[in-house]
Design a protein around this ligand. Sequence first.
Ligand SMILES: Cc1cc2nc3c(=O)[nH]c(=O)nc-3n(C[C@H](O)[C@H](O)[C@H](O)COP(=O)(O)OP(=O)(O)OC[C@H]3O[C@@H](n4cnc5c(N)ncnc54)[C@H](O)[C@@H]3O)c2cc1C
Length: 504
Amino acid sequence: MDTLLRTHSSFEFLHPLNRFAGNLTNLCSSKSQIHEPRLSPKKSHSKSGRGGCVKASSSALLELVPEIKKENLDFELPLYDPSRGLVVDLVVVGGGPSGLAVAQQVSDAGLTVCSIDPSPKLIWPNNYGVWVDEFEAMDLLDCLDTTWSSAVVYIDENSTKNLGRPYGRVNRKQLKSKMLKKCIANGVKFHQAKVIKVIHEELKSLLICNDGVTIQATLVLDATGFSRSLVQYDKPYNPGYQVAYGILAEVEEHPFDVDKMLFMDWRDSHLKNNPEIKDRNSKIPTFLYAMPFSSNRIFLEETSLVARPGLQFEDIQERMVCRLKHLGIKVKSIEEDERCVIPMGGPLPVLPQRVLGIGGTAGMVHPSTGYMVARTLAAAPIVAKSIIQYLSSEKMVAGTDLSAGIWRDLWPIERRRQREFFCFGMDILLKLDLEGTRRFFDAFFDLEPRYWHGFLSSRLFLPELLTFGLSLFGHASNTCRIEIMAKGTLPLATMINNLVQDRE
Ligand SMILES: Cc1cc2nc3c(=O)[nH]c(=O)nc-3n(C[C@H](O)[C@H](O)[C@H](O)COP(=O)(O)OP(=O)(O)OC[C@H]3O[C@@H](n4cnc5c(N)ncnc54)[C@H](O)[C@@H]3O)c2cc1C
């Protein structure tokens, strides 16, 4: 463990989530994904390259130093030519899944699009997991590199749930390549830089980049992830944080079924000889999430579902090391590691506003789960269609009026109400200790699949969510019901108040 900690210089930065909760409110860092300009100047550099792993000594559990190597896609990107001074229809700031999905679809309608990102060819760093049915609905099955026919949840030592819902790992390289190819074919231009400022005029906006280039556009879409670079917020930002530490590792062996992914393992017997960590874990629990690729290659991630302030990485790693030892998992080498901080819940951005948003920057992460990829990829066509419609309209709408209609399509009242309910869910989860969390998920995964599938995949809207809530209550043990009533009353009142205040 000591060795592991020493090898990651960026931990210094990542530990003090608590200390910097105020000024790091926008933080979502994976190993190599720290977004400026709102963040601390230090960067995380722990993304290691596939194939660039360093062998561990056999005696140490995790004596591995993932090599710092970023992998780029082999594409010639058509570049934006600043000397021509063109006003493009849309500038998309940020080339993550959200930004590229919209760029691709808006350009498909013949509109001019420029995509700005500091590393436009870089393969996305996060290890994305999704439910297979979500990707199937979007015809993206070719962008999953591994699928598992089922997923499993260990509630405790005695209770296991077989979820029977196929799960997949996103092939980041394939998904990004596919999107880039379409963007290139549609004439999207790329600019490698960071946007530092936007100046709005009546009919266009000027985007000032950190390389001195200014790009003019009729519409600006902020897709900068959790850094929330351009979109404005007018309420205090108080999210919960999902914090996780993951490794893609070669191991001697592991005890998991390779046909099932491990969605949550809430067992804590690995802490029985460590009362101090056990006590911490019983107050703010972490679970193991694992994707077994073969008998000796596995992605393992110790995860704090949600906490405010977020747990520290050191704490999570300590728990992970105890767990792996208890499970008899001997790590031989680490291909890549992942540090994950996902802000969950909190307020939505100002609705509407001149700059458009999608993805992390626009409050689209699921407040109770931290998932977002499938939801944003499904929302991209809605945003794109709206942009195309407004820009092609003969009504000559411009400026904030133009953006207002598009924001309405991204966050219609039913989606805002849905999010409010999910925030209510997050507020309850924040208050549950290990035993409470186990009782909660015991009832949750006993629900009819349409309920828990729908909840996790943002497919239920308010009326169904209320039935979902009643059904959950019905399935819960008496202790769980009392707990939900005791801990959920205040969040329920907050939710009702917010629902009443937020009118069309
Ligand atoms: C480690 C990790 C693991 C995750 N795993 C999952 C998962 O398994 N399943 C799931 O559904 N969700 C997951 N999420 C949540 C979410 O889906 C991801 O964060 C997703 O990458 C968000 O996509 P995005 O396009 O909104 O932003 P990002 O992917 O963060 O992309 C934003 C882009 O904007 C660029 N950028 C930032 N600032 C500027 C600027 N000023 N100018 C120009 N460009 C800028 C960045 O360089 C980056 O390329 C995970 C998140 C993290 C951090």
